[in-house]
Design a protein around this ligand. Structure first.
Ligand code: XUL
Ligand code: CO
Length: 452
C-alpha cells in the first residue's frame, strides 16, 4: 500500500468492490448469506432496521497486541516511525475503502482513533481537524454516515485516575475540552449520536476514593455536556455506555439500571439514553437480552455495540457476534419497542490476534452482519406469530380487572387487601409460567426464520 495513497484506497485488493448477497447456499465467504440491504422487514429496509456501523478503533487503530505480546496485524499505518499525519491519512483511506466495500451505512470513531495527540493542545487540535477534513471528503465520496462520535478519555496517562471523576479538577477541565471538541466534530459530520463511555470513571481502591464527591463531579460533567449540546444545536442523541469494570476494578456506569438510576437522581434522564454493549452485559452478570429489555422498560434505550464475550473467561473479549439465538431475543425487544430511532448496531468487535490476513476483517464483519440479519428475520417472525406478546399479555391480564386496577390506581390500602383475603373474596391460584413452552416456540421461529 502507498502510505501517501489516494482517497479511494488500495489496501483490501483481494476483495471485490462491493460484497454482494450470495444467498444461504453460497459458499463464497466474501458474500452475504442473509443480509440484503433492500429486503423489506416489517415495513423497513433491512439496512434501515439494522443501521450497521464499522468501528474505527478495533478494526483500524489496534495492532493485534495483548497484555503479553505486541501487535500481529498487517496495519502499515501503525508501524513505528511512520509520520503521524501520513499514518492517519492511510488509516482513513483503508477504513473507508473497507466500509464502502462492505456496503454498510455507518461508522463510529474516537478522536484518538483518527488523530494522534500532539505535543501541545493546539497541535492535537490541528491533527484532529486535518483528519476530520479527510473524513468529510470520504463521507461525500462513499455516502457513509456517522453513527456516533466520542472522545477517548481513558488512554492518556492524565486519565489514569479518571476523567470527570478525577481528584484533580484540571483533568476534569481537560476532559471537558476534549468532549466539547468531539461534540462539535460530531455535529459538523452530522452524527446521529454522541457516546460517553466512562472507561476510567470508577475506582481501583476505596481506600483513596471519595464516592460521594466523585458522584457529584460526574453528574456535573454530564450536565455541562448536555448544556453544550443544546448550545451548538446538535440534533443527535447523547448516549452513555454502561460497563461494570475493565479497565478500572469498578466502574460507576455498571449496567443499564445503574445508569438510569444515576440519571434520574441528577435530573438528567431527559438528556441521555443508553448505548448497550453485549459483552458489557455479560461482564455485569446479565444477558444481552436483559440489558436491552431493561433499557426499554426504563425508557432509556438508544443504541447497541454488538459483539460477544467468551463464556469460559471473565474479560471483555469483544468477539464478533455469531449466535442468532442470543441476538434474536434482543432484536425482538427492539422491534416491539418500535425499532431504532437514532441508534444502530455498531460492531465494537475485534479480530483474534492470529487473524492476521487483511480479508479476516471482511470475514468477521460478513459473518457478524449475517448473524444480525438472521436474528432480525427471526425477531420479525416472532412479532408476526405473536410468539411472546400474546402469552405475556395473557399473563398480566388480571391487572385490567377490578382488583388490579384498584391496586395500581392507588385507591386501595393494605388493610383493605387483608380484608379481601380474610373474607376469601381474593383467592389467587398458582399458574404455569410456561417457560419451556415459550423456549420451544422461540426456537421454532429461529429455525424457520427467513426460509419463506
Ligand atoms: C470499551 C468500549 C469502548 C466504547 C467507546 O469496552 O466498548 O470502545 O464503545 O469508547
Ligand atoms: Co463499546
Amino acid at each position: 500500500m502507498d502510505l501517501e495513497g489516494g482517497m479511494s484506497g488500495d489496501f483490501f485488493t483481494d476483495v471485490p468492490a462491493r460484497i454482494k448477497f450470495g444467498g444461504p447456499d453460497s459458499t463464497d465467504p466474501l458474500a452475504y448469506a442473509v443480509y440484503q440491504p433492500d429486503r423489506m422487514v416489517r415495513g423497513k429496509r433491512m439496512a434501515d432496521q439494522l443501521r450497521i456501523a464499522v468501528c474505527l478503533w478495533h478494526s483500524f487503530n489496534w495492532p493485534g497486541s495483548d497484555v503479553f505480546g505486541v501487535g500481529t496485524f498487517d496495519r502499515p499505518w501503525l508501524a513505528p516511525g511512520v509520520d503521524p499525519r501520513t499514518a492517519s491519512q492511510a488509516k482513513l483511506d483503508a477504513a473507508f475503502e473497507f466500509i464502502d466495500k462492505l456496503g454498510v451505512p455507518f461508522f463510529a470513531f474516537h478522536d484518538r482513533d483518527v488523530a494522534p495527540e500532539g505535543r501541545t493542545y493546539a497541535e492535537t487540535r490541528a491533527n484532529l481537524d486535518a483528519s476530520v477534513d479527510r473524513i468529510e471528503k470520504h463521507m461525500q465520496r462513499t455516502g457513509a454516515r456517522l453513527l456516533w462520535g466520542t472522545a477517548n478519555l481513558f488512554s492518556h496517562p492524565r486519565y489514569a485516575a479518571g476523567a470527570a471523576t478525577n481528584p484533580d479538577p484540571g483533568v476534569f477541565a481537560y476532559a471537558a475540552a476534549q468532549v466539547k471538541t468531539m461534540l462539535e466534530v460530531t455535529n459538523r459530520l452530522k452524527g446521529a449520536n454522541y457516546v460517553l463511555w466512562g472507561g476510567r470513571e470508577g475506582y481501583e481502591t476505596l481506600l483513596n476514593t471519595d464516592l460521594a464527591q466523585e458522584e457529584v463531579q460526574f453528574a456535573r460533567f454530564l450536565a455541562i455536556v448536555a448544556e453544550h449540546k443544546h448550545k451548538i444545536g446538535f440534533a443527535g442523541t447523547l448516549l452513555i455506555e454502561p460497563k461494570p469494570q475493565e479497565p478500572t476494578k469498578h466502574q460507576y456506569d455498571y449496567d443499564a439500571a445503574t445508569v438510569m438510576g444515576f440519571l434520574q437522581r441528577h435530573d438528567l434522564a431527559g438528556e441521555y439514553r443508553l448505548n448497550l454493549e453485549a459483552n458489557h452485559a455479560t461482564l455485569a452478570g446479565h444477558s444481552f437480552h436483559h440489558e436491552v429489555a431493561t433499557a426499554i422498560a426504563l425508557g432509556g434505550f438508544g443504541s447497541i455495540d454488538v459483539n460477544r464475550g467468551d463464556y469460559q473467561n471473565g474479560w471483555d473479549t469483544d468477539q464478533f457476534p455469531n449466535s442468532v439465538d442470543e441476538v434474536a431475543l434482543a432484536v425482538y425487544e427492539i422491534l416491539v419497542a418500535g425499532g431504532f430511532t437514532t441508534g444502530g448496531f455498531n460492531f465494537d468487535a475485534k479480530l483474534r490476534r492470529q487473524s492476521i490476513s487483511r480479508t479476516d476483517l471482511f470475514h468477521a464483519h460478513i459473518a457478524g452482519i449475517d448473524t444480525l440479519a438472521r436474528a432480525l428475520l427471526a425477531a420479525a417472525d416472532m412479532v408476526e406469530h405473536d410468539t411472546l406478546a400474546a402469552p405475556r399479555k395473557e399473563r398480566y391480564a388480571d391487572w385490567s380487572n377490578e382488583l388490579g386496577k384498584s391496586i395500581l390506581g392507588g385507591s386501595v390500602t393494605l388493610a383493605e387487601l387483608e380484608r379481601g383475603i380474610a373474607a376469601g373474596e381474593i383467592d389467587p391460584k398458582p399458574r404455569s409460567g410456561q417457560q419451556e413452552l415459550l423456549e420451544g416456540a422461540v426456537n421454532r421461529r429461529i429455525w424457520r426464520a427467513g426460509s419463506s
